[in-house]
Design a protein around this ligand. Structure first.
Ligand code: NDP
Length: 277
C-alpha cells in the first residue's frame, strides 16, 4: 500500500484505480460554493469528488470539473441514487438525470445511497446494467451493514466494489471491515474527521503534536493506513489544503493501535438498520 502523495490510488476489485483521498460535498451549496471548493481541491491535487443526487449540487460539480482544465479522465467522480428513486427502471432514469446534470457521459463510481428495504436488490440490478454498459466504471453501495451485503449477494452477478459508510476513530465496525476485506469490497469513510471534531479529539491531537499535524490529519492518515478510502468535506481553502497534507508522515504501529482503542460505536449520522427517509 503506497500512500506517499495525494495522487496515490487503490485498485478496486475490477482494477479501476480510485484515489485514496477525495473531497466530499454534502451540504456544500450548489453554484459558487461548490464550484469554488472543487477548484481549490483540484489546485491542491485532489482528483476525486464525492457527490449525490440528494446533495443537489451535481450541476456545480460538473461545471467546476469542466472549467478547471483538468481532463475529465483524471478526475474520479462518484454520485449516488437517492432512496425515492430506488427500483430497476427508476434507478436507470435517475442515473440518466444525474449524468445530464453533471454534463458527463459516465461516472467513475455509482452507489446505492442507503439500503432501502425491499428495493435495494432491484436497484442493484440497475447498477449492474449501467456497469455492463460502461456508463459507471465501478458500482457499489453505501451504508450497507453485513446483513445488507449478505442479502444483496443473493442473485447478484457483480460484487459491490465499494461500500461507503460512516467510519472514523469513534466508529470502526471491525466485523464490517473483515467482511469487506474478505469479499474484495473497498471500504470508504464518510464523516472521516468526525464532522470537524477530530481536530481537537485529545488522543488524536496529542499524536498529531508529535508529527506537526492536527487531529483531523491524524484521523485521515489512520483511515488510509487501515486501507480505507476517505472523503473529508470542507468549503474553506485552508482546510481543503490541510486535509490533503497527510502524505508526508506515517503513524507508527503503536499509534495505530492507540487510535484503534478509541472505538466507541458512536454515530454522528443515522443508523443504517433504522432510518426513515
Ligand atoms: P466530515 O467528517 O468530512 O466533516 C465535515 C465538517 O468538518 C464540516 O462542517 C467542515 O466545515 C468541517 N471541517 C472540515 N475540515 C476541517 C478542518 N481541517 N478543521 C476543522 N473543521 C473542519 O463530515 P461529512 O459528513 O461532510 O462527510 C464527508 C463526506 O462524506 C460528505 O461531504 C459526503 O460527500 C460524504 N457523506 C456520505 C454519506 C452517505 O450516506 N453516503 C453521509 C454523510 C457524508 P467547513 O466546510 O466549514 O470547513
Amino acid at each position: 500500500m503506497i500512500l506517499d502523495s495525494i495522487a496515490s490510488t487503490v485498485q478496486l476489485a475490477n482494477d479501476v484505480p480510485m484515489p485514496w483521498l477525495g473531497l466530499g460535498v454534502f451540504r456544500t451549496q450548489e453554484g459558487e460554493e461548490v464550484e469554488q471548493s472543487i477548484q481549490w481541491a483540484l489546485d491542491a491535487g485532489y482528483r476525486s469528488i464525492d457527490t449525490a443526487r440528494i446533495y443537489a449540487n451535481e450541476v456545480g460539480v460538473g461545471r467546476a470539473i469542466h472549467r478547471s482544465g483538468v481532463p475529465r479522465t483524471e478526475v474520479f467522480v462518484t454520485t449516488k441514487v437517492w432512496n425515492s428513486d430506488q427500483g430497476y427502471a427508476s434507478t436507470l432514469k435517475a442515473f440518466d438525470e444525474s449524468l445530464e446534470r453533471l454534463g458527463m457521459s459516465y461516472v467513475d463510481l455509482y452507489l446505492i445511497h442507503w439500503p432501502v428495504k425491499g428495493k435495494f436488490r432491484d436497484t442493484w440490478r440497475a447498477l449492474e446494467t449501467l456497469y455492463a454498459e460502461g456508463r459507471a466504471r465501478a458500482i457499489g453501495v453505501s451504508n450497507f451493514l453485513v446483513s445488507h451485503l449478505e442479502e444483496l449477494r443473493v442473485g447478484a452477478s457483480v460484487v459491490p466494489m465499494v461500500n461507503q459508510v460512516e467510519f472514523h476513530p469513534y466508529l470502526q465496525q471491525p466485523a464490517l471491515q473483515d467482511f469487506c476485506r474478505k469479499h474484495g469490497i473497498r471500504l470508504e469513510a464518510w464523516s472521516p474527521i468526525m464532522k470537524g471534531e477530530a481536530v481537537s479529539e485529545p488522543t488524536l491531537a496529542a499524536i498529531g503534536q508529535r508529527h506537526g499535524k492536527n487531529g483531523a490529519q491524524v484521523a485521515l492518515r489512520w483511515i488510509l493506513q487501515k486501507g480505507v478510502v476517505a472523503i473529508p468535506k470542507s468549503v474553506k481553502k485552508n482546510r481543503i489544503e490541510a486535509n490533503a497534507d497527510i502524505f508526508d508522515f506515517e503513524l507508527t504501529p503503536d499509534e495505530m493501535h492507540q487510535i484503534d482503542g478509541l472505538d466507541r460505536h458512536h454515530r454522528y449520522g443515522p443508523d443504517p438498520d433504522n432510518f426513515n427517509f
